[in-house]
Design a protein around this ligand. Structure first.
Ligand SMILES: [Fe+2]
Length: 396
């Protein structure tokens, strides 16, 4: 009797385990931390008398004064607004280029203001109605962007944003790892808002989890989705999540994004792809994952990949995929060598051409290294002279 009960329990346990493995196989599982359903960015809100559906922006909540807040994760987002008569509404949309223009089907009484990268739109509807607001990026065929990752969310990120503007960038592609210290994700979101150009950000392993604590839901709420795409001029951008390993690789949101670009059916309007992600494919350990991803990209005519994660500046041929590694966002190399040597990747888009990349000095000011994390780095590396120099600057 006892033995058959034990057998029954074992069978039930195996059944549950089998079910869990089956579910994981169908949906795919992220590890470490075994995340089965990593967060998605909410892109819509329904409230009393108003519904807003975003294309290319994440819904972030309602502010104390009742404004509905979104953050754009593409250069040209749009908002679909359905309002009941008499509803007065105010909407904030962050991360919009200062010179972007709003195109609307001229609803009377609607006003738009700009506060740095935030657009403030408000109106009162006299009747029930629906409006579509589309923002157009100020440059289409020729523009510049910078590419770098691994900045953390502190003073180094501030410098990277400043330097990107100095270099003439119209926006920054950030390759992830904002969260090196507690609270960094919030600090990074604030820094991105204070910058004078928008940012489009890949999720890094440090943004996905903090130890065994999942962080991806904060990332997707504060910054944007783990996988997304946009087209600007003739360039198709793909932001792919490689923050942690994924098994089986051909599942989930990343697959659904890639399926939007069918193999063997190239769009003649696309002159080049810019694929950006956190980890170079040769650092991905999931079984078959790097090979699958590489094949997916090459089969679609992608010939280069932008990645960070390794805190170096480098280029390598990864099975036919030219990989740029731009991971010097903390510029630790400068501290160690005692002079600015770190670099940032700069990309130029010209009409009808593939994207042209070159490296530029990051020129990080010593003051930008003033955080206690760097004392530890220099102590561990046994660099007393650079440490003394940095401490002297930071005391001022
Ligand atoms: Fe990383």
């Amino acid at each position: 009797m006892q033995a058959s009960r034990r057998k029954l329990l074992t069978l039930a346990g195996l059944g549950v385990l089998g079910g869990a493995v089956g579910y994981a196989y169908i949906k795919g599982v992220r590890y470490p931390i075994l995340a089965l359903t990593p967060g998605v960015s909410p892109t819509a809100t329904q409230q009393e008398g108003i519904e807003v559906y975003a294309n290319g922006a994440v819904y972030q909540g309602t502010t104390d004064d009742g404004s509905i807040k979104f953050r754009a994760y593409v250069p040209e987002p749009s908002l679909d607004i359905r309002v009941s008569s008499g509803r007065r509404w105010r909407l904030l949309l962050e991360n919009i280029h200062p010179d972007a223009t709003l195109a609307i089907d001229t609803p009377p009484g609607l006003s738009e203001e700009r506060n740095n990268l935030t657009r403030i739109v408000e109106a009162e509807s006299k009747t029930d109605g629906s409006w579509q607001l589309n923002w157009r990026f100020p440059k289409q065929d020729a523009y510049r962007f910078t590419v770098i990752g691994d900045t953390g969310g502190g003073t180094e990120l501030d410098w990277v944003l400043t330097r990107s503007v100095e270099l003439g960038a119209d926006f920054i592609v950030h390759l992830g790892d904002l969260n090196y210290d507690k609270g960094d994700l919030h600090r990074a979101a604030e820094a991105f808002n204070k910058a004078s150009i928008p940012s489009f950000v890949a999720i890094g392993n440090h943004d996905f989890r903090e130890g065994w604590q999942p962080l991806y839901e904060h990332f997707t709420q504060l910054i944007g989705p783990r996988n997304s795409s946009f087209r600007l001029g003739g360039i198709q951008f793909l932001n792919l999540d490689t923050a942690t390993d994924f098994w089986p690789p051909d599942r989930g949101a990343r697959l659904r994004l890639l399926q939007q670009f069918p193999i063997g059916e190239p769009d003649p309007a696309v002159q080049d792809f810019v694929v950006f992600t956190h980890r170079p494919l040769n650092t991905i350990n999931g079984p078959g994952e790097a090979d699958w991803l590489r094949k997916q990209l090459l089969n679609r005519g992608v010939n280069s990949l932008l990645a960070g994660h390794n805190h170096i500046k480098s280029e390598l041929d990864d099975g036919g995929l030219h990989t740029f590694i731009s991971g010097q966002g903390l510029a630790h190399a400068d501290l160690i060598v005692g002079r600015p040597i770190a670099e940032i990747l700069v990309a130029d888009v010209m009409p009808g051409q593939r994207v042209h990349f070159h490296w530029a000095p990051l020129n990080m000011q010593l003051e930008a290294h003033c955080n206690s994390r760097n004392w530890g780095v220099l102590e561990v590396l046994d660099k007393p002279e650079p440490l003394a120099r940095l401490q002297a600057v930071c005391k001022k």
